[in-house]
Design a protein around this ligand. Structure first.
Ligand code: ATP
Length: 522
């Protein structure tokens, strides 16, 4: 099956099982806006909860807030968004399709990079066990030539973007002979800048002074509350403020399902540090965030770091954690060392001090900031697409199973009486009641047991608990595990501890906490 087809299957599955619906579908949808259904909302809550607890509950020096979406318009002047939150866009005159100029160029780079990988694979096949990949990459003339090509393109792109030189960006697209995937032509317009913020008006005032923006990131709500939180929470640097919430961007190219949406949710944490220590904290958070992903158990081959070539206006170091989405490795999370850019800028624009008096050094300073920023919808897509599996079983039958990390599953335990009579439903309901305070549970007594297992597999339910006639006699139940389809008989007490170990959030948080001090700056 092609990559596109399998991604289409994931999207269809997401709709069929109540994870994600196109927004306003009744009215033919609204581009790049999606609604989360009953299973999706549960999965999203569980991911958010895992992030929130790992930040706020596991760190004494991180607290969480919930700032408003509407903010004073000057905030977006101070943050640089009014002047610089632009994407360079270009249109193909024949297809009338709009693209991001930098993305078109990056796609060319990815093509050359794929050629290098192919060359390496050829080398591996030719030399067998004696193959030394590092040496091959450093000496093979084809690899070297393509590497040089990539470096030259990156140098030109960075130069053009840094200098805001849109003509050079277009020239690069022309020199690379980029063709529109729809029309196949190279008939391009000039490159133009496009601001991504949505604006609206507040109250009865119209015109320039009444214009406010829907926040394009949650971070600014944290910066402008820096002093409030620091003072009211008596926080000592280094400390962090975490927040989750909606953000809005008028994306030019909104494709790939929930990967790039116009309304989405971010989970951000700003960590305030003493100036001069930011690089140590940057590398700490780079590792710490990867450990958070590792606990999801989705396989580390799905992740890689990508260090930024072009630093945003506020950053002195930045990288992405990229994930192997069905359409390739793409940004999942950003980790940025933002210097004192934001707080200093808010000091200037508000005329109020945003300083911290450090009792250890007896100095007052504007703290530096290291930020971790992940899109909740993107990690949702990462989990869903990685989990989706079509399996052929030993008996020749097929099943579709979502191998969602058990502690994140929308329904963690399904309770199923084998038949709908003889007192089995009553017993099942008592089991359900005993579990519901700790887990999201579902009772199901419709259809054959085999069909019910398949339905739960497709929903990603990690554990099914079945009650049969024997249960009435010995009080034991059968637990059936989604991934292995193994079954085990357990007493109710045995079941509780089994579930806590296998689907509880606590063991995951404990494992994360145990490794929290790795790489911590002295
Ligand atoms: P991209 O380069 O993909 O546009 P970005 O670098 O602009 O992303 P940031 O401003 O760093 O993104 O935002 C932090 C995180 O928010 C991203 O890593 C991503 O997970 C998420 N995010 C950003 N834009 C969107 C969007 N339009 N839809 C869904 N998630 C998004």
């Amino acid at each position: 099956m092609s990559v596109e087809d399998s991604f289409k299957n994931v999207i269809a599955h997401a709709k069929e099982y109540g994870f994600v619906f196109p927004s306003s579908e009744l009215y033919d949808g609204l581009s790049a806006v999606y609604d989360y259904g009953q299973a999706g909302a549960a999965l999203k809550n569980n991911i958010r909860n895992y992030w929130w607890k790992s930040m706020v509950q596991l760190h004494e020096n991180i607290v969480g807030i919930d700032a408003a979406i509407f903010m004073h318009p000057t905030i977006w002047k101070a943050s640089g968004h009014v002047d610089a939150f632009n994407d360079p866009l270009i249109d193909n005159k024949d297809s009338r399709k709009r693209y991001r100029a930098d993305v078109l160029i990056e796609e060319q780079i990815a093509k050359i990079s794929a050629k290098i990988d192919k060359e390496v694979e050829k080398g591996r096949a030719r030399f067998g066990d004696a193959f030394d990949e590092v040496q091959f990459r450093a000496t093979n003339p084809n690899v070297l030539r393509n590497r040089e090509k990539i470096e030259e393109i990156e140098r030109r792109m960075k130069g053009a973007l840094d200098a805001d030189d849109l003509q050079s960006l277009k020239q690069l697209i022309e020199d690379l002979e980029v063709a529109c995937p729809i029309s196949g032509t190279r008939n391009w317009t000039d490159v133009r800048q496009f601001n991504l913020m949505f604006s609206t008006e507040m109250g009865a005032v119209s015109g320039e002074s009444g214009t406010i923006y829907l926040r394009p990131e949650t971070a600014q709500g944290i910066f402008v509350n820096f002093s409030n939180v620091q003072k009211s929470g008596r926080m000592k640097v280094p400390f962090g403020i975490a927040q989750t919430g909606k953000a809005f961007r008028n994306e030019i190219v909104a494709r790939q399902f929930i990967f790039r949406m116009r309304e989405f949710e971010q989970m951000e944490m700003q960590f305030f540090v003493r100036p001069g220590t930011e690089m140590q904290w940057y590398s700490y958070w780079k590792q710490a965030r990867m450990r958070w992903h590792e606990q999801l158990g989705m396989g580390m081959d799905a992740y890689r770091y990508h260090d930024h070539l072009k630093l945003a206006h506020y950053a002195n170091a930045a990288c992405d954690i990229e994930f192997a989405f069905p359409f390739g490795f793409k940004e999942l999370e950003g980790i940025h060392s933002r210097t004192d850019f934001d707080l200093s800028s808010h000091e200037r624009h508000s005329g109020k001090k945003l300083r911290y008096f450090d009792p250890e050094t007896n100095e007052s300073y504007v703290p530096y900031v290291v930020e971790t920023s992940i899109g909740l919808d993107r990690i949702f897509l990462a989990v869903l697409s990685r989990a989706y599996t079509e399996e052929r079983l030993p008996d020749g039958s097929e099943r579709t199973v979502l191998r969602i990390p058990p502690f994140l599953a929308p329904i963690q335990v399904a309770v199923l009486p084998l038949v709908k009579k003889d007192g089995l439903p009553e017993f099942a309901l008592t089991v359900l009641d005993a579990l519901r305070y700790r887990y999201q549970v579902q009772y199901d007594d419709k259809d054959s047991i085999g069909k019910r297992y398949r339905r739960q597999d497709a929903l990603g339910t990690p554990m099914c608990v079945t009650i049969d006639h024997q249960s009435l006699e010995d009080g034991q139940v059968t637990v059936r595990v989604r991934d292995t389809m193994q079954q085990e008989r357990l007493t109710l007490e045995g079941l509780f501890s089994f579930l806590e170990r296998e689907v509880g959030l606590e063991p995951v948080l404990r494992a994360l906490h145990e490794r929290q001090s790795e790489g911590l700056p002295a």
